[in-house]
Design a protein around this ligand. Structure first.
Ligand SMILES: NC(=O)c1ccc[n+]([C@@H]2O[C@H](COP(=O)([O-])OP(=O)(O)OC[C@H]3O[C@@H](n4cnc5c(N)ncnc54)[C@H](O)[C@@H]3O)[C@@H](O)[C@H]2O)c1
Length: 253
């Protein structure tokens, strides 16, 4: 498949959270391939450094900041560091999350706070940090990563589902509040996407057969497929779209 080129992304500073592995790494590669100036944040230092180094060798501008984005001060410092290296951000991909399984019976106060922090809180503070950049630039695009899992009514991770459904409300509120500055905010819900983590933890032959049966399009989705949609949402080519839910799950939900 020949990938589309978005000239408006060329040279533009783009911020990606959770970019060291999984879909996030696919986003970093895809935006780097557009010659955007890519900054990404992740807690996985070695994987982040390796990815940044590999892509920078291809003559691209890719900068990595290692931080635990559940610590808001660290997240803010990482964004400030990347802004100083790349310039003000007009595109934010709020991608980081953790789909750790858990049962209602086992949730205590600390676990509740930790799940909300890794799946929701940083999306608020990353948006808060870059919106002034976008206002100064006259606009921008924020892509808020949700999930098709709660849309399907999937069980097994109630706080992930609660966080991801809250991302939709957050999206619509921010789109309304900042639309007058030309800032677009969309809720992007991937389907089951074959990251390393999904392949090693969850993809059994039975689960794969069920997936192929339930998707309208039976092929597996990979991070590059999700990244292609994210590129469109980030680009001015989607300038008519804000406050929307875009589901990329091959027709499962
Ligand atoms: N893969 C799927 O099937 C799927 C399905 C639906 C939605 N999604 C959504 O897509 C996005 C990406 O998912 P993924 O499957 O690539 O996830 P993943 O778990 O494979 O990767 C998440 C990345 O975020 C980083 N991260 C996690 N906690 C962090 C922290 N505290 N500080 C900094 N970095 C941290 C991880 O190190 C990792 O690089 C998420 O928002 C997820 O909810 C994924």
């Amino acid at each position: 498949m020949t990938d589309a080129i978005y000239p408006d992304l060329q040279g533009h500073p783009v911020l990606i959270t959770g970019g060291a592995s999984g879909i996030g790494a696919g986003l970093v590669e895809a935006f780097a391939a557009q010659d955007a100036r890519v900054g990404f944040i992740d807690i996985e230092k070695a994987a982040g450094e390796l990815l940044a180094e590999r892509l920078t060798q291809d003559d691209r501008t890719v900068a990595f900041a290692c931080a635990d984005l559940t610590r808001t001060d660290d997240l803010r410092a990482a964004i400030a560091d990347l802004r100083a290296r790349l310039g003000p951000f007009t595109v934010l991909l709020n991608n980081a999350a953790s789909d750790e399984r858990h049962r209602l019976e086992d949730i205590d106060d600390a676990y509740f706070d930790a799940r909300i922090a890794v799946n929701l809180k940083h999306q608020v503070f990353a948006a808060q940090a870059v919106i002034p950049d976008m206002i100064a630039a006259g606009g921008g695009s924020i892509v808020m990563f949700g999930s098709h899992s709660w849309l399907l009514g999937m069980g097994g991770m109630p706080l992930y589902s609660a966080s991801k459904s809250a991302v939709l409300g957050l999206t619509r509120a921010l789109a309304r509040d900042y639309g007058r500055h030309g800032i677009r905010v969309n809720h992007f819900a991937p389907g089951w996407t074959m990251t390393e983590r999904q392949l090693t933890k969850w993809l059994t032959p039975e689960a794969d057969a069920m997936r192929a049966e339930r998707q309208a399009l039976p092929d597996r989705l990979y991070p590059a497929d999700i990244a292609r949609v994210a590129l469109f949402l980030a680009s001015d080519q989607s300038k008519a779209i804000t406050a929307q839910t875009i589901v990329a799950d091959a027709g499962w939900a």
